[in-house]
Design a protein around this ligand. Structure first.
Ligand code: NCD
Length: 349
């Protein structure tokens, strides 16, 4: 069955490759608002395809995608694997535990090796901020950042925006502009918080962040987000509450007295949620620590919890990214290889 046609709205963005003139996707920080909207609109066709019984498109047949995960992951790796396979690509997963990194190979050597295997796209997750860019600079193909240290996790922010857009549309609201979003938890160590602040603000939302002082980054105000240390105050008027877990693996030393204390002050309980707007939506990127940053009853609220929608939208967003970033190598008209639009003037951004 052919996939549903592209839903990207003509006229909303420049034609061809100028709609997304980037070689890879390293962070939301490098994207313009219309480029974010372009990816969200492109993902709609994949949301529709993924809801059909036959979920296969052959756009990427013959292409090789390597998922190089230097950090443990279940849902993100699975999501990228499913996305690549649904588009017909050959998908290979490289786990750090099995890799030469454990044998002392440098990141550059790993990059050179991956490059020599002639992958058509490489998806990378790494524990160090900036490691993905280092690899991207050494390989010829597009690179997608699947999370680098405390820096960025762009596809998570995009899937969150898509999940929100779907939920708002179901309530008769078209856009995210003016939407009040409170992100609460370990903001300091969270790449999800960082990418979401950038993405939500680009789409016009008002972003509040809430954390104990030790878990609030110093530069938060410079990012344009409003910082709060009191969760009840941060929830007043919030239309969306996004909860984040404590990133213990990234903490050196003790940042919170105890999980019990953290839950008491910053856990999303039904009583706390009642302080937000009456129908406030609940989000969490996973993995969740039920009973710590979020209570089960809140996480499972029908019509208000977007947590499973977030997972669903993740596959569609990753399909859109893989499609868009391989258009040049596939010779899609207007995407560089035919010279119709060049690649944003001969150079990738
Ligand atoms: C997030 C991550 O890895 O940064 N999870 C994810 O991508 N599913 C958030 C987290 O680990 O808490």
């Amino acid at each position: 069955m052919p996939p549903p046609g592209p839903s990207a709205a003509p006229g909303r963005y420049p034609a061809g490759a100028l709609a997304f003139p980037h070689r890879g996707l390293l962070g939301i920080g490098e994207l313009q608002r219309h480029e974010i909207l372009f990816l969200l609109d492109e993902a709609e066709q994949w949301v529709a395809l993924n809801r059909r019984p036959a979920k296969h498109a052959d756009l990427l047949a013959g292409l090789t995608i390597i998922n190089a995960f230097f950090e443990n992951s279940t849902r993100t790796l699975l999501s990228f694997e499913i996305a690549g396979k649904r588009l017909g690509a050959d998908v290979v997963n490289m786990h750090a535990a099995q890799s030469s990194v454990k044998k002392g190979e440098t990141l550059i050597d790993t990059a050179v090796t991956l490059n020599a295997m002639r992958a058509d796209a490489i998806v990378i997750r790494h524990g160090s901020s900036g490691a993905v860019r280092l690899i991207a600079d050494k390989v010829a193909c597009p690179v997608i950042n699947a999370g680098d240290g405390q820096h960025e996790h762009p596809t998570q922010a995009l899937l969150d925006a898509l999940a929100l857009r779907h939920a708002l549309r179901a309530r008769g609201r078209e856009e995210l502009s003016g939407l009040v979003v409170t992100i609460c938890g370990d903001i300091r160590h969270s790449r999800v918080a960082r990418s979401n602040i950038l993405c939500l603000q680009a789409l016009g939302a008002v972003v509040r962040v809430c954390a104990p002082p030790a878990l609030m980054p110093d530069a938060i105000a410079a990012m344009g987000a409003q910082p709060f240390h009191d969760f009840d105050t941060a929830l007043r008027g919030a239309e969306v509450v996004m909860m984040l877990r404590l990133q213990s693996e990234r903490m050196e030393g003790q940042f919170v007295p105890s999980e019990r204390e953290f839950r008491h002050l910053f856990g999303l309980t039904p009583e706390r949620l009642a302080r937000a707007t009456p129908d406030a939506l609940v989000m969490h990127p996973g993995p969740m620590n039920r009973g710590v940053e979020i209570d089960s009853i809140v996480a499972d609220l029908p019509d208000r919890s977007l947590i499973t929608t977030q997972v669903e939208m993740g596959v569609a967003i990753r399909m859109a990214c893989l499609d868009v970033l391989t258009r040049r190598v596939r010779g899609v008209p207007g995407w560089g290889a035919d010279g119709a639009h060049g690649d944003a003037g001969g150079r990738w951004v």
